[in-house]
Design a protein around this ligand. Structure first.
Ligand SMILES: Cc1cc2nc3c(=O)[nH]c(=O)nc-3n(C[C@H](O)[C@H](O)[C@H](O)COP(=O)(O)OP(=O)(O)OC[C@H]3O[C@@H](n4cnc5c(N)ncnc54)[C@H](O)[C@@H]3O)c2cc1C
Length: 387
């Protein structure tokens, strides 16, 4: 039984990543962030989930999420790990052609290339069935033309290509706009003509920026399509479930980082006779935050194990629940950590205030708290839908 008690192998990996992460202080600029990414990749951490035959570690999302959690716990939650190895690497490894695997997996694993992922659209938002980015195939050449808009796509400037979710034109316009999504995935290299990006001014204080994308008749070769254009949602969720597990790891790592800072402070800071950590009004919320993070991690591990065992359906529910639990635990841990430091909680020196916005990412993306509650209401509890 490996799901409840961490194996010795996983404990060793956790310790090794934690030791590595300690030697890399919190990165505040793109250059240091890239250096950290490449050093982690060299040690096999970034591609730990990718197949060994293509330069990866041959492990799974269990191990990849462990890596992200430990990096985050040391103050460096590498956001692009959620996207590049977890979504794009997984989708290419599972559904890509031999050429696509050979072209992309080794450099994604060794850190020389990065891939972003774009599904969110301004007029669709949480309702991804409404996406309208459309792929048209040239009957003569088999090449594709992609037209549409995306928003909030992370790291497009850092990434060599973006995996764009579109829909084929064969779906009639009426069905296309209101019916069930039949997605297809395209690799769009960063400098392809017609593929424009505009950074969004976020209050995030993070190295990775978000972009609004315009695709205006972007011409792509036939082999830009990843997987089968008819396989639809199955292929997409092969990438989206790991994304949810990884966002849970992002939240748990960040929550642990904030909590550790608060505990350290509460042990020392004395304004009456005892350190403030002796007051239960300070200690109990920190203890609760710890419990919530541990519980979220258990659910994350369950989701990761189900996914790695090939149970895509079981992993779907668990990954949603894990993302929910981790998002909530992260937001609460950061909130309480900031409060524990009093005025220092809002200084740049202590570095916690910036996490107030960063922690909210785990609640909003890639699927919001409410959409997960909707999913559990309908799918798990069988309640009727309001929308
Ligand atoms: C930092 C960051 C990074 C991101 N990176 C990426 C990326 O790399 N690639 C990408 O494709 N996207 C990315 N996103 C986008 C993210 O996935 C979306 O923001 C998210 O899916 C929510 O969509 P929305 O922002 O359009 O909100 P909306 O869908 O407009 O929702 C707004 C609010 O309404 C609520 N709501 C909506 N529908 C319902 C309903 N039926 N019932 C109850 N409540 C509802 C939501 O929960 C939310 O609180 C990123 C976002 C952020 C903030």
């Amino acid at each position: 039984m490996t799901t409840l008690i961490e194996s010795n192998e996983h404990k060793s990996l956790r310790e090794a990543v934690a030791a590595f992460a300690k030697t890399h202080p919190h990165t505040t600029n793109a250059e240091d962030n890239t250096r950290l990414w490449q050093a982690a990749a060299k040690l096999g951490y970034i591609g730990v989930n990718l197949p060994e035959a293509y330069g990866g570690g041959g492990a799974g999302i269990t191990e990849l999420s462990l890596v992200l959690e430990e990096l985050g716990a040391a103050g460096n939650p590498l956001l692009m790990m959620i996207v590049s190895p977890a979504i794009c690497g997984t989708v290419i490894a599972r559904f890509g052609t031999e050429e696509q695997k050979r072209e992309w997996l080794p450099p994604l694993a060794d850190g020389t290339r990065l891939m972003a992922f774009g599904i969110t659209e301004p007029d669709a938002g949480s309702n991804s069935h409404r996406i309208t980015t459309t792929a048209r195939r040239d009957a003569a050449t088999g090449d594709w033309s992609l037209t549409g808009r995306k928003v909030f796509v992370s790291g497009v400037d850092l990434a060599d290509a973006t995996l764009i979710v579109g829909r084929t034109e064969t779906v009639s316009t009426k069905e296309g706009r209101t019916g069930n999504l039949k997605p297809c995935l395209f690799i769009v290299p960063r400098d392809t003509p017609g593929f424009e990006r505009r950074p969004i001014d976020m209050e995030l204080n993070a190295v990775e920026r978000q972009f609004e994308l315009t695709l205006d008749d972007v011409r792509l070769p036939a082999d830009a399509l990843v997987g089968d254009e008819d396989a639809g949602l199955l292929q997409l969720f092969a990438g989206l479930n790991p994304e949810r597990v990884m966002t849970a790891a992002f939240g748990i790592g960040m929550g642990r980082y904030a909590l550790a800072k608060a505990v350290e402070y509460a042990r020392e800071r004395t304004v009456w006779k005892t350190p403030i950590g002796a007051h239960q009004a300070i200690a109990h919320p920190l203890a609760q935050a710890h419990i919530d993070l541990e519980l979220a991690r258990l659910m994350m591990q369950k989701a990761a194990h189900l996914y790695d065992a090939g149970d895509d359906v079981g992993a779907g529910e668990a990954a949603n629940m894990a993302k929910y639990a981790a998002g909530e635990a992260c937001v609460k841990a950061v909130d309480q950590a900031v409060h524990t430091l009093g005025g220092n909680g809002l200084t740049r020196e202590f570095g916690l205030a910036r996490l107030i916005t960063a922690s909210r990412v785990a609640r909003i993306a890639p699927v919001s708290r409410e959409m997960i509650l909707n999913y559990v209401s309908h799918q798990t509890l069988g309640l009727p839908k309001s929308y």
